[in-house]
Design a protein around this ligand. Structure first.
Ligand code: NAD
Length: 449
């Protein structure tokens, strides 16, 4: 079989490469000539563990190729995947559909023979119908069907997520198109991966519902962390205590500085807009969006408080820029909120990230970019862990202590233990772990009465 992938970003490149690994001939197309040039030379434009080796293997095998010419991708293809971006429209918070619409028009002009057009981008309900209309109008003679096939991969674990997904969702009204999709995913059938074959509308809603649910789970535990801090509990134990319940599940219950990344922020926001459009307000998700945005900002306040109420003229070291480890993606990362707020309050920020500094530098000014965590710690008044990269879990704390001006550690990922840090004499602030001695619970009533 042969497919084309329009948009060679995170999702397009990973899915294209993995389909090639399934034995399918794949042509990846992108408008960004620089990106295609790099890929042709074997350079991978994103940081994703294992992707470079797989791209090299598949290009050498002749199954994976890259082009800027959409005709090369469309001609003779059984299916064309649309994997372009659907960023937030800054005006109204909706998903900006201009790239999807443009891709549909370009595909329409290049179609030759029966082709399945597959929306892999995360798109509002109704987009499959919209794409069908665009193609029909642009090329009335075209023989095609449109399917929805949302992608659930996570950056940092993208290859294994694609090769061993929890499920594959296919939204299709055409048996012919469903058959093509089943054939493309045949290797996963063998692994007995659940295949949910449904309507395009349901598939489109599944993707937003999944992301909004996970974002809600994170936001929920973050608010429970606030309660733990005030009342003297330990959020990690609470998370374990509830997560062990099979109805709840332990994943996405790690309290932290608020969710970020290329998907949750934009998809939660888009879902609130979709709800408004259809007169089905998504009140829970609207609240989640607001709570999360406030939370990211409050992390800067936490640092300021830890520094005695002011960071004016102080050197604040920040460890981690990406929104999570194992990616260089900084889109909507808490670091991009925390750093500017600290700077506004007069802090001099020094920072390090194992792979995301180049990306972060595109969004931040006046940051001293350091070669490692120890350079960041040198003369620092406080150290803030924003991303839980493995190398930050095993810092040489003796060295850090020696280098820092003041031993203040604000651990927004709870990667260290409070007793250990206190034993070392650190002023240590973490998330939701302000255990206090029994009998001293900070209940308002107890204090007043
Ligand atoms: P991205 O920004 O990394 O890549 C999009 C690519 O599309 C860019 O390289 C851009 O140049 C290209 N492009 C835009 N219009 C084009 C056109 N007409 N022809 C050819 N190329 C074109 O985006 P991404 O992170 O891969 O996300 C793509 C979609 O997948 C989004 O809808 C996103 O929500 C969804 N998604 C992303 C993830 C993730 O973890 N990144 C996971 C699941 C779903």
């Amino acid at each position: 079989m042969r497919i084309g992938v329009v948009g060679t970003g995170y999702v397009g490149l990973v899915s294209g490469t993995c389909f090639a690994e399934f034995g399918i001939e794949v042509v990846c197309v992108d408008k960004d000539a620089g990106k295609i040039e790099r890929l042709k030379k074997g350079e991978i434009p994103i940081y994703e563990p294992g992707l470079d080796a797989l791209v090299e293997k598949q290009t050498k095998a002749g199954r994976l190729s890259f082009t800027t010419d959409i005709n090369e991708a469309v001609k003779g293809a059984d299916a064309i995947f649309i994997a372009v971006g659907t960023p937030t429209n800054p005006v109204d918070g909706n998903a900006d559909m201009k790239y999807v619409h443009q891709a549909a028009k370009e595909i329409a002009a290049a179609l030759d023979g029966y082709t399945v057009i597959v929306n892999k981008s995360t798109v509002p309900v109704g987009t499959a119908a919209e794409v069908e209309k665009i193609i029909r109008e642009a090329n009335p003679k075209a023989d095609f069907d449109v399917c929805s096939n949302p992608e659930f991969l996570r950056e940092g674990a993208a290859i294994s997520d694609f090769m061993r997904p929890d499920r594959v969702v296919i939204g299709s009204r055409s048996e012919r198109a469903s058959e093509v999709m089943r054939n493309l995913y045949r290797p996963l059938y063998i692994n007995e991966t659940p295949m949910i074959i449904t309507t395009p509308e349901t598939a489109e809603i599944i993707k937003y519902a999944a992301n909004a649910f996970l974002a809600t789970k994170i936001t929920f535990i973050n608010e429970i962390a606030n309660l733990c801090e005030k009342a003297g509990g330990n959020v990690q134990e609470v998370a374990r205590g509830i997560g062990i319940d099979g109805r709840i599940g332990s994943k996405f219950l790690h309290a932290g500085p608020g969710y970020g990344g290329s998907c949750f922020p934009k998809d939660t926001l888009a879902l609130t807009q979709i709800g408004q459009k259809y007169g089905a307000a998504q009140n829970i998700v609207e609240t989640v969006v607001w709570v999360n945005s406030e939370r990211q900002k409050s992390m800067a306040e936490r640092v300021i408080e830890a520094c005695g109420g002011s960071v004016e003229g102080k050197r604040i070291g920040v460890l981690g820029m990406s929104f999570k480890p194992n990616t260089d993606d900084v889109r909507e990362s808490p670091s991009l909120v925390i750093v500017p707020l600290l700077q506004e309050h007069g802090a001099k920020v020094a920072a390090f990230d194992p792979v995301a500094m180049e990306e972060a530098a595109k969004h931040l000014e006046d940051v001293e970019w350091c070669k490692d965590a120890y350079e960041v710690a040198t003369d620092a008044d406080a150290l803030v862990i924003v991303t839980e990269w493995n190398e930050f879990r095993a810092l040489n704390l003796d060295k850090i202590e020696e280098l820092m001006k003041h031993k203040r550690l604000i651990d927004l990922r709870n990667i260290y233990k409070t007793p250990d840090m206190e034993k070392r004499g650190f002023h240590y602030i973490s998330i939701g772990r302000a255990e206090i001695t029994p009998g001293k619970a900070r209940l308002k009533e107890a204090a007043s009465g």
